[in-house]
Design a protein around this ligand. Structure first.
Ligand code: FAD
Length: 489
C-alpha cells in the first residue's frame, strides 16, 4: 500500500495529524509506503498573489520550512511540487503509483469543489480519504431537532455540548518510513515540478517583525504560555484592549499548526480551577465551530448577506472615509488604533475588530465586504468562515443576536474596554501624552491639556471624520426604511 499524505494549508503539523499517524502506523505494520506532499500552488505562492497576503504568507513560509525540516528529521521527505492541486495531485497519484491519498477535509466551498474535481481526476482504484480535524464538530453533526442547520449561536452551542465530546489529541509519529519517491527515485515527470522551499525573498516580501512566529513549535509554545498564564483570567481579560488577555492562537488554528481539540484539552485541563474562564474560552472555540457550521450549510454567505433582506442595502461610496478608516485616521482613537494594529501586527483584538467593523459599516455605512476583504488581506489569522461571520455580525446582516440597530459608540467602548488608554497610546503615539480622561475623545479636552500633550487637532491627529450621533441616525434611518420596504412587499 503506497499512501500519499497530502498536507494542505490548514493542517501544517505533525502532532494530532490523524491521516499522517494512521498512514504511518499502517505502513510500519504492513511494510507500506508513505509519500508526504505539499503543493506549492500559485494561487497563494505566485509573488504577485503573495504580496496581497503578506501576513498570512509570512506565517505560511515559516511554517512550511519548519514542517519540511521536521519531516526530514523523522526520516522522510516532504515533496514540494509547484502547480495547481487539481493537476498536481492526480498526476502524482498516477506517476508515483499511489493506492490512496489521505488529507484533511476543508469546509470552504472552493476547497470542496477542488476535492470533488481531484476525486474525479484520480486514476481508477485510487482512494481519496478525507479526515476530520478542522473543527470540534463535523459539519452536519450538530443540527436542530427538525434536522435543520442552526442560525443562532446559543442553541447551536447547547446542542454541540450535548453531541460532541472532543477526542484526545493524537501523538506525533516517532519516525516516518522513507519516501519511495524521494531524491534519485523521483520519477522524471515529477522532477520537473519540484520547487525549492518558498522564502520571503523569493515571494518578494519583506519580513514584518510585528507578526507572531509561524510553525508548529511556536504555536505549541503559545498554547502552553497562555494555559499557564492569562487563561485563568480569560473571562475578564478577553475584553481588555490594553492587556494580553487572550490566547493569540487564531492563526495557529487557521493554518492547523494546532487543532481545535488540542487547544480545547490543554485549556480545559489548565482551567479546571477556573470554571468561569473555561466557560468563556470554550465558548469562543465554539464560536469558531459555529462560523464553520454556517459556511458549510450556507456557502453563499461568502458573497451574499446571511439575512437576505439586506441584499441590495444602499451602502455608501466614501473614498475619503475608506482611506481614513484604513490608515487609522478617522479621529476616533480606538478605531484608529485597531486599523494601525492590523497593519503593524497582522492582528486585531476581538473587541477592537467589533468596534472598528461596526464603525465602517454603520458610521461610514460602507459595505461590510470591503472591510472583510481588507481583513482577509492583512490578518495573519484571516479565515474565510470566522472573518465572514465577524463582518456580517458587525454589519447587522449576519447570524444571531446583535440587532442591526445596535451601533457601537467608539468613545464609550474605548472608555469601557481601554480605560487607561493603554491600547490607544501603544498604536497612536501622537496621543500618548493625552490624559486618560480625554484619550478616547481628544476633541473634548480643554485646549491647554491638548497643548500640554503636544496634540494639535487637525494637524497632529485628525478631528472625527463623522459625528457619532449624526452617523448613527443616518444608518438607523436608512436601515429602518429599507427593512420597512421589504416588509411591505
Ligand atoms: C470583524 C471580525 C473579523 C474577524 N475575523 C476573523 C478571522 O479572520 N479569523 C479568525 O480566526 N477570527 C476572526 N474573528 C474572530 C476573533 O476576533 C478572533 O478569532 C480573535 O480575536 C483571535 O484572537 P485570539 O486567538 O487571541 O482569540 P481568543 O479570545 O483567545 O479565542 C480563542 C480562539 O477562539 C476562536 N474565536 C474567538 N472569538 C471568535 C469569534 N468571534 N468567531 C470565531 N472564532 C472565534 C479563535 O480561533 C481564537 O483563536 C473576527 C471577528 C470580527 C468581529
Amino acid at each position: 500500500m503506497r499512501t500519499l499524505v497530502w498536507f494542505r494549508g490548514k493542517d501544517l503539523r505533525l502532532h494530532d495529524h490523524g491521516p499522517l499517524l494512521e498512514a504511518t502506523k499502517a505502513a510500519q505494520k504492513g511494510g507500506g509506503e508513505l509519500v508526504p506532499l505539499f503543493v506549492v500552488d500559485p494561487y497563494f505562492f505566485a509573488p504577485e498573489r503573495a504580496r496581497e497576503l503578506p501576513s498570512r504568507m509570512q506565517y505560511l513560509v515559516a511554517t512550511l520550512a519548519e514542517l519540511h525540516a521536521a519531516v526530514a528529521g523523522l526520516g522522510s521527505e516532504l515533496l514540494l511540487l509547484g502547480g495547481k492541486s487539481v493537476d498536481v495531485v492526480p498526476l502524482v497519484a498516477r506517476v508515483a503509483e499511489v493506492d490512496r491519498i489521505v488529507a484533511h477535509r476543508w469546509t470552504e466551498p472552493f476547497g470542496r469543489e477542488r476535492d470533488a474535481r481531484i476525486a474525479k481526476a484520480l486514476p481508477p482504484g485510487v482512494r481519496f480519504e478525507l479526515h476530520e480535524g478542522e473543527t470540534l464538530a463535523t459539519p452536519g453533526e450538530v443540527m436542530t431537532q427538525a434536522g435543520k442547520p442552526f442560525s443562532v449561536f446559543s442553541p447551536f452551542a447547547r446542542a454541540l455540548a450535548k453531541v460532541v465530546v472532543p477526542g484526545e489529541p493524537l501523538a506525533r509519529p516517532r519516525s516516518l518510513p522513507p519516501s519511495p519517491v524521494a531524491g534519485a527515485k523521483l520519477p522524471k515527470e515529477l522532477r520537473a515540478l519540484v520547487v525549492p522551499l518558498p522564502t520571503l525573498a523569493s515571494l518578494g516580501l519583506e519580513e514584518n517583525p510585528g507578526l507572531v512566529a509561524g510553525g508548529e513549535a511556536a504555536a505549541r509554545r503559545r498554547l502552553s504560555l497562555f494555559s499557564k498564564g492569562p487563561a485563568a483570567l480569560y473571562d475578564v481579560g478577553r475584553n481588555e484592549l490594553g492587556v494580553a488577555g487572550t490566547s493569540r492562537l487564531s492563526q495557529d488554528l487557521k493554518f492547523g499548526t494546532l487543532t481545535p481539540r488540542a487547544v480545547w484539552h490543554a485549556a480545559k485541563e489548565a482551567l479546571a480551577p477556573h470554571p468561569k474562564a473555561w466557560a468563556a474560552f470554550s465558548n469562543e472555540l465554539v464560536w469558531r465551530d459555529f462560523a464553520y457550521h454556517v459556511l458549510y450549510h450556507q456557502p453563499e454567505v461568502l458573497t451574499h448577506p446571511f439575512r437576505r433582506e439586506w441584499e441590495g442595502f444602499r451602502w455608501r461610496d466614501d473614498p475619503a472615509g475608506w482611506e481614513a478608516w484604513v490608515a487609522g485616521e478617522t479621529g476616533y482613537p480606538v478605531v484608529d488604533a485597531s486599523a494601525r494594529q492590523l497593519l503593524g501586527e497582522g492582528f486585531v483584538h476581538n473587541r477592537a475588530r467589533m468596534i472598528s467593523a461596526s464603525f465602517l459599516c454603520k458610521h461610514l455605512m460602507m459595505d461590510y465586504r470591503l472591510g472583510e476583504a481588507h481583513y482577509l488581506r492583512w490578518l495573519t489569522d484571516a479565515d474565510w468562515a470566522s472573518n465572514n461571520l465577524g463582518w456580517q455580525w458587525s454589519a447587522g446582516c449576519g447570524v444571531d443576536a446583535q440587532p442591526w440597530f445596535r451601533v457601537f459608540n467608539p468613545v464609550s467602548q474605548g472608555e469601557k474596554f481601554d480605560p487607561d488608554g493603554a491600547y490607544v497610546r501603544r498604536w497612536i503615539p501622537e496621543l500618548a501624552r493625552v490624559p486618560s480622561k480625554w484619550i478616547h475623545a481628544p476633541w473634548t479636552a480643554p485646549a491647554h491639556e491638548l497643548t500640554k500633550a503636544g496634540v494639535e487637532l487637525g494637524r497632529t491627529y485628525p478631528r472625527p471624520i463623522v459625528d457619532h450621533a449624526l452617523a448613527r441616525g443616518r444608518f438607523l434611518a436608512t436601515a429602518e426604511e429599507m427593512l420597512a420596504r421589504r416588509r411591505s412587499r
